[in-house]
Design a protein around this ligand. Structure first.
Ligand SMILES: Cc1cc2nc3c(=O)[nH]c(=O)nc-3n(C[C@H](O)[C@H](O)[C@H](O)COP(=O)(O)OP(=O)(O)OC[C@H]3O[C@@H](n4cnc5c(N)ncnc54)[C@H](O)[C@@H]3O)c2cc1C
Length: 328
């Protein structure tokens, strides 16, 4: 196990009491996020509809524009995610490109481009079928975004896609250097990936990782993940990259600020948080002068996204169980 130079001390690596049960719940929800049968039951519940409204801006472009205006008016920048993933058909991948182009055109025509980026999932653009197809599709979206003055960040999905996503990301950066990439700090490989990506102008969204990964591939105890996160951040800062600190974890946010301050401060970072998660913390950071980007998902294909959000908080399991039982 890697040594802990991050300041989490002796607690790092020792599972907290109750972590076992929490981990089982988390794994169950992540399992359910990929089961169409569970999706049918959960999606039909009125309770689910209320939950979706908390985490998703709505289903149409009009919904996302309303939310975007409200957030930008309150001092946030935004990253808009047109929901959809795991596309298994080239025609669906083309439809996803068209949807992203329509989104970009609408954001630009509404005058929202300067405070906006678009987040992109390569699996929505055909990555499972053919990585070349996904690259061509992503390049088309990046070109449209660049013409509109909007940056793009490529989301990271489960570990099976990491190499392909980083490879496509490097090719996109060759033509669009501002393209953001994502590192999941919980993956054991991520420090090495950060070293390769730690250079000036490199925009890296650093998150813990939302997918269920094995012990062989990923740190599991909470404090080990935090320690790994800080090691990754340190590497990015040392190389002059621009870290996009994507976490709602208050202890980790404080530790990031301490690390940045120890390196002389500066504003070459931003915070990123998910729509509907800890809005109080989002507002607090904006009030103290931090750049905060809210990740705003929208669209009809919200089920896997919402189930990942449920898995991040064991208390959310009760809500999903009520939805499964037909509660409203
Ligand atoms: C902008 C952004 C983009 C992301 N992009 C990716 C990506 O591309 N790939 C990827 O794998 N992951 C992505 N993630 C998800 C990330 O990996 C984590 O799964 C997620 O952020 C939860 O981890 P956390 O760091 O907030 O810490 P946690 O320890 O999970 O949460 C800290 C605290 O935040 C609150 N909180 C966190 N999540 C929830 C929730 N769902 N509901 C209610 N309260 C909650 C709770 O108070 C919790 O105690 C992204 C996250 C953000 C913020």
């Amino acid at each position: 196990m890697a040594s802990d130079r991050s300041g989490w001390g002796a607690a790092g690596g020792r599972p907290r009491r109750g972590l076992g049960a929490a981990a089982v719940l988390r794994h169950s929800l992540l399992w359910a996020s990929r089961r169409p049968g569970v999706q049918r039951v959960v999606s039909g519940s009125p309770l689910t509809r209320r939950l979706v409204r908390r985490f998703v801006a709505g289903e149409g472009l009009g919904d996302v524009v309303l939310v975007a205006r409200r957030l930008i008016g309150r001092g946030f920048s935004i990253s808009v995610d047109h929901l959809g993933e795991d596309t298994r058909d080239a025609a669906d991948a083309r439809a996803a490109v068209a949807a992203h182009r329509a989104l970009i055109a609408r954001l630009a025509s509404e005058g929202l481009a300067p405070r906006t980026e678009v987040s992109l999932k390569l699996s929505a653009l055909g990555q499972i079928l053919d990585s070349e197809l996904a690259f061509e599709n992503a390049l088309e979206v990046c070109r449209a975004a660049a013409e509109a003055g909007i940056a793009v960040t490529v989301d990271m999905e489960d570990h099976n896609t990491t190499d392909s996503t980083l490879g496509i990301g490097a090719r996109l950066r060759a033509q669009h250097p501002s393209t953001g990439l994502v590192i999941q700090a919980s993956l054991r490989r991520s420090e090495a990936d950060c070293r390769a990506l730690a250079y000036p102008g490199s925009r890296i969204r650093l998150c813990k990782g939302a997918y269920q990964e094995s012990v062989a591939l990923a740190w599991q105890p909470r404090n080990d993940v935090r320690s790994a996160y800080l090691r990754c951040l340190r590497i990015l800062l040392e190389g002059g990259a621009t870290p996009l600190i994507a976490t709602h974890d208050p202890a980790l946010i404080d530790a990031c600020h301490r690390l940045i301050a120890a390196r002389g401060g500066g504003r070459a970072h931003e915070h990123q948080m998910l729509f509907g998660v800890r809005p109080d913390e989002q507002a607090r950071l904006v009030a103290r002068g931090e750049e905060v980007r809210v990740y705003v998902p929208f669209g009809e294909r919200w089920y896997p996204y919402m189930m990942r959000r449920m898995a991040e908080r064991p208390a959310n399991l009760a809500l999903v169980l009520r939805a499964l039982a037909g509660g409203g």
